[in-house]
Design a protein around this ligand. Structure first.
Ligand code: DGL
Length: 283
């Protein structure tokens, strides 16, 4: 058995589990460490500085647990914190470690789904305000027109287990009607928040059949597989015992009750105190 150097997978809460599920399907041999910062979720309505500060703290925790590679399975953190962490913090806190996000792999491929050349991005307020999607998609698909819609109520509906109830219809329909009536040429809608796959059935009800709805999980998983294939020096340092451990900054009982529906199988998490003992290890 190798010493544990799991791949870290991070989200503000449960959403990243929709990505982890696909990553584990694609790369079952690796060890994984999932952390949801549920105590401070949602991140989507927080400022750049706050999302950066929270995300960096969580990345430091992953590094202290032995992770050489961390995936920010959260669009908001990828949009607001990833670049600064990669450019400013990594050289100081882990020059040989890697932190990856979910926006780049998605923008590399999203243009291929559209026939009309019009793509709609559904995300948190933070992701939309960052403009990361229009900027990144323009690099890979300069002719694609990108329209964005912030859906600030969707994560709270999901985190509070209200997403399947009739009350959720109002908020789901409201945003879909808004973006599709303003831009009827959209034929591809990207769920640019890792929580949103839970709303897929409801979203489908309010979107014309010819519109393709794209979730990120598989895209990110395939991109990670390609990355590890290309970067053997990283792949070789990650341990491969097929183990998955889950941590939450809030109540493990609540986490486990909610998490199974995101992850697709039962989850047993532990509590993480971000202000706790782990900090001393690095001193
Ligand atoms: N799952 C996160 C994302 O992909 C957002 C959740 C939040 O607002 O905390 O953006």
């Amino acid at each position: 058995m190798q010493a544990s150097k799991p791949i870290g997978v991070f989200d503000s809460g449960y959403g990243g589990l929709t990505v982890l599920k696909e990553i584990v399907k694609e790369l079952p041999a690796y060890d994984y460490l999932y952390m949801g910062d549920n105590a401070r979720a949602p991140y989507g309505t927080r400022s750049f500085d706050t999302v950066y500060e929270y995300t960096l703290e969580c990345v430091q925790w992953f590094f202290a647990q032995g992770c050489e590679l961390v995936v920010l399975a959260c669009n908001t953190a990828s949009a607001k914190a990833l670049r600064t962490i990669q450019q400013k913090d990594l050289p100081l806190i882990g020059p040989h470690k890697r932190v990856l996000g979910v926006i780049r792999p998605t923008t590399e491929i999203i243009g291929q789904y559209s026939q009309t050349g019009q793509v709609g991005i559904l995300g948190t307020t933070g992701t939309v305000q960052s403009n990361s999607y229009p900027i990144e998609i323009a690099k890979f698909f300069p002719k694609i027109q990108v329209y964005q819609e912030a859906c600030p109520m969707w994560v709270p509906l999901i985190e509070n287990d209200e997403y399947n109830k009739p009350g959720a219809d109002y908020y789901v329909k409201q945003h879909l009607d808004h973006i599709l009536s303003a831009h009827p040429g959209i034929d591809t809608l990207l769920l640019a928040c890792t929580h949103y796959p839970l709303l897929l059935q409801k979203i489908r009800q309010f979107v014309p059949g010819e519109v393709t709805i794209v979730s990120q999980g598989e895209i990110v998983a395939q991109s990670l597989a390609a990355y590890l294939q290309k970067h053997r020096e990283i792949a070789d340092t990650c341990s491969k015992n097929g183990q998955i451990n889950f941590f939450t900054t809030d109540s493990p009982v609540d986490f486990d009750n909610h998490a199974a529906v995101f992850f697709g199988s039962p989850v047993a998490s532990k509590h993480l105190d971000l202000g706790g003992e782990w900090r001393k290890k690095g001193d």
